[in-house]
Design a protein around this ligand. Structure first.
Ligand code: NAP
Length: 247
């Protein structure tokens, strides 16, 4: 399937690194204008810009914190001024700060819930306002199978990821009449900075759990996202697509 997003503007949060970068680059290849956002890692943002120099006219980078409602409001205000409208939001930014419940500092609980779940609310709330007026939109939230199965040491992350799915399903029902679809993509283990701190032995254990016997790449996640963002996926909403190598 060949995708064509030449007339569309796509926002990808967490779009300068890891899975989000893979998604942003896949959209650039289809001719989309891409607004890639990040929080603070200037080095990664510069590297991303440099290696996508050929798309300079189509690429716009913005730095803000998705947990800060006022920063999110400013972001959308600026996007409206610069790009007029956008058709697709891929909300990919996220963090994990692991520890078992009995030992988890309250601030780590809040930080992960704020970033992953409240950040999703902030980004989606202000995105649908514009999409409702245009009566078209595609929202794709990057969640995780951990939200469905749970994982020892990741209660905050699992709760935030389960919450994303519940938020997306509810939102999909609210905006369906305006031809806006809201779906989740749920990647398994994807080889990015996100899992680079895991001990080698643990990585091997996880690898053995994956029927396809490899970690995924950001590109493996990007193409299912393009599909859900395409006009051909008009009848899919409130769904979660797992991209896990069979995990
Ligand atoms: N990698 C995996 O195995 C895996 C599996 C399942 C689900 N996921 C999900 O996929 C998403 C992306 O993961 P990844 O592996 O690509 O992670 P990553 O390489 O660590 O990238 C995370 C991105 O999120 C941005 N970000 C973090 N906190 C933010 C905040 N408060 N405001 C704005 N942006 C923020 C980061 O910005 P900076 O660059 O400025 O730090 C970065 O661009 C996450 O939601 C994660 O839960 C990942």
């Amino acid at each position: 399937m060949k995708f064509d997003f030449r007339k569309q503007t796509v926002i990808v949060t967490g779009g300068t690194r890891g899975i989000g970068r893979g998604i942003a680059e896949a959209f650039l290849e289809t001719g989309a204008k891409v607004v890639a956002t990040y929080q603070s890692n200037e080095k990664a943002a510069e590297e991303f810009t440099e290696s996508n120099r050929k798309y300079a006219g189509c690429l716009d980078l913005r730095r803000f914190d998705v947990t800060q409602y006022s920063e999110v409001e400013n972001f959308y205000r600026e996007i409206e001024q610069t790009h007029d409208e956008f058709q697709v939001l891929v909300h990919c930014s996220g963090i994990r700060v692991d520890s078992i419940v009995g030992m988890m500092p309250e601030e780590d609980w809040r930080k992960v819930i704020d970033t992953n779940l409240t950040g999703t609310f902030n980004m989606c709330k202000l995105a649908v306002q514009g999409m409702m007026r245009k009566r078209y939109g595609r929202i794709i939230v990057i969640t995780s199978p951990v939200g469905r199965f749970g994982f020892a040491g990741q209660s905050n992350y699992a709760a935030s990821k389960a919450g994303q799915v519940a938020l997306a399903q509810s939102l999909s029902k609210e905006v369906a009449s305006r031809k806006i679809t809201v779906n989740c993509v749920s990647p398994g283990f994807i080889d990015t900075d996100f899992i680079s701190d895991l001990p080698e032995e643990q990585k091997q254990t996880y690898l053995n759990m994956i029927p396809l016997k490899r970690f995924g790449s950001p590109g493996d996640v990007a193409y299912p996202v393009l599909f859900l963002a395409s006009s051909e996926a008009a009848y899919i909403t409130g769904a979660t697509l797992e991209v896990t190598g069979g995990l």
